[in-house]
Unconditional design. Structure first.
Ligand code: ZN
Length: 436
């Protein structure tokens, strides 16, 4: 059905950041066919009309790095030292099954939709189950099976992720919402031969690549000892830096690394909240942005960043970079909203398809209500979104032309059933943890 959204302020996030104060969006099938002032277009017959009630109509937010299948482990062993290797990998080996991944993903997707996220990039295990959940929820996903040098929950073989990726690719090629990706876990968890193999297969299969990169001090040390180079140089040598790659974190990058990222067209997923929580460091986002490296925002997994919506990242992104640079002018709210929307689309190399409200783009649109107490008064829409909004202000979500949430009600799946299935799994985890 065609949809018309009117009676709201349209933030287009187009190249001139046009704002339409009495704006209107017309959606036909999966595509935006009008974005402008209400008076300059007529409403097509038989369309569903959504009254934005004076709210903010904007592009859906893009979560450029996450692991949605981990939501049922949230708050477990938070703030334990060396959590990834001592705790997380063994925990996943014991508990991660296709059933857990499906319900955990759908639970994460509930939170993402309720927070206005319309696209997410994910790397985990049993990624076909993540895809099933995303299709059920109606959310756009770039999804990759993790590839590692040791057995993982979905394969007995080291590097079994390659085979899983090939199967996943067969299941989900040419899907309107799902784009399969290759997901080499990190520079320290694949050898050179398999990093090169990943780059080769990405070209052969013509698919994107998602990876962690330059995230941790032990990674920098290990790669320097093994190869005498930085993780970014290693990826460059392996042929992985390219317009296909979205690299998560990029905290420990020097000037030469930034040059390599820039020259290759690599996108960066900035996970500000997760990086602060784990005390890993602050990525040099301003230096990278000043070189026009595409940067989007990411929550990281629910064990790392805990909350799964992008709205919670907005204030952190503005404040930490201002604080870090001792300059309140360096990260204005418009720049943050750009990173949350079209910047994320650029970082995932899908900005031709989504990320802004422009004629011809896929209809990934949200309405943020301005009725809550903190959202008044508004002299600057970007400021209100970054410094005042909460995820609960997101009222309506449309993805690929489909109404996924209307007036805070999710329309694509049963939220109650999802919670109760998740509860059963969590009860079992709690019981088993005694023996863990
Ligand atoms: Zn991650």
């Amino acid at each position: 059905m065609d949809i018309v959204i009117k009676n709201g302020v349209v933030l287009t996030l187009n190249s001139s950041k046009s704002i339409f104060e009495k704006g209107m969006i017309i959606i036909e099938n999966d595509t935006i066919t009008f974005s402008g002032e209400e008076h300059s277009a007529s409403i097509p017959q038989h369309s569903k009309i959504i009254d934005a009630k004076g709210g903010i109509i904007m592009p859906g937010m893009i979560n450029t790095h996450t692991h949605v299948g981990m939501s049922l482990f949230r708050t477990l062993a938070d703030d334990t030292a060396d959590r990834l290797r001592k705790y997380l990998f063994p925990l996943e080996e014991k508990f991660v099954t296709p059933d857990l991944v499906y319900w955990a993903s759908l639970y994460s997707l509930t939170e993402m939709i309720e927070g206005g996220t319309t696209t997410f990039a994910d790397m985990y295990y049993f990624e076909d189950k993540v895809a099933d959940a995303a299709v059920q929820a109606g959310v756009r996903g770039i999804l990759g099976e993790s590839i590692l040098n040791f057995p993982s929950p979905d394969t007995k073989e080291p590097y079994g992720g390659f085979e899983n990726t090939e199967k996943f690719l067969e299941l989900y090629s040419n899907h309107p919402l799902i784009t399969p990706a290759l997901a080499p876990h990190a520079p320290y968890s694949l050898n050179m031969r398999n990093l090169k193999k990943t780059a080769h297969l990405a070209d052969k299969w013509d698919i994107p690549v998602l990876s962690h990169l330059a995230e941790m001090p032990f990674e920098i040390k290990q790669i320097a000892e093994e190869y005498g180079m930085s993780p970014v140089e290693l990826y460059s040598t392996a042929g992985l830096l390219s317009k296909r790659l979205t690299a998560a974190h990029c905290i420990y990058v020097n000037n030469e690394d930034i040059n390599l990222l820039k020259a290759s067209g690599t996108g960066v997923a900035h996970n500000v909240s997760a990086n602060l929580k784990s005390a890993k460091g602050i990525a040099p986002v301003l230096q990278m942005a000043s070189r026009d490296i595409p940067i989007g925002l990411g929550t990281d997994g629910p064990m790392s960043g805990n909350t799964m919506d992008v709205v919670n990242l907005l204030g952190y992104t503005a404040k930490i970079h201002k604080f870090d640079n001792k300059d309140r002018t360096v990260m204005p709210p418009a720049k943050v909203i750009e990173m949350a929307t079209i910047g994320g689309a650029r970082a995932l190399h899908i900005d031709g398809k989504t990320g802004s409200l422009e004629t011809g783009k896929k209809a990934d649109v949200i309405i943020v209500s301005t009725e809550s107490t903190a959202m008044f008064p508004i002299y600057d829409y970007y400021s209100a979104l970054v410094y005042c909004a909460s995820p609960r202000d997101v009222n309506t979500v449309i993805i690929n032309g489909e109404l996924v949430m209307e007036d805070r009600k999710i329309k694509t799946f049963n939220k109650k059933e999802t919670k109760s299935e998740a509860e059963k799994i969590v009860m079992n985890i709690k019981k088993e943890l005694g023996n863990f």
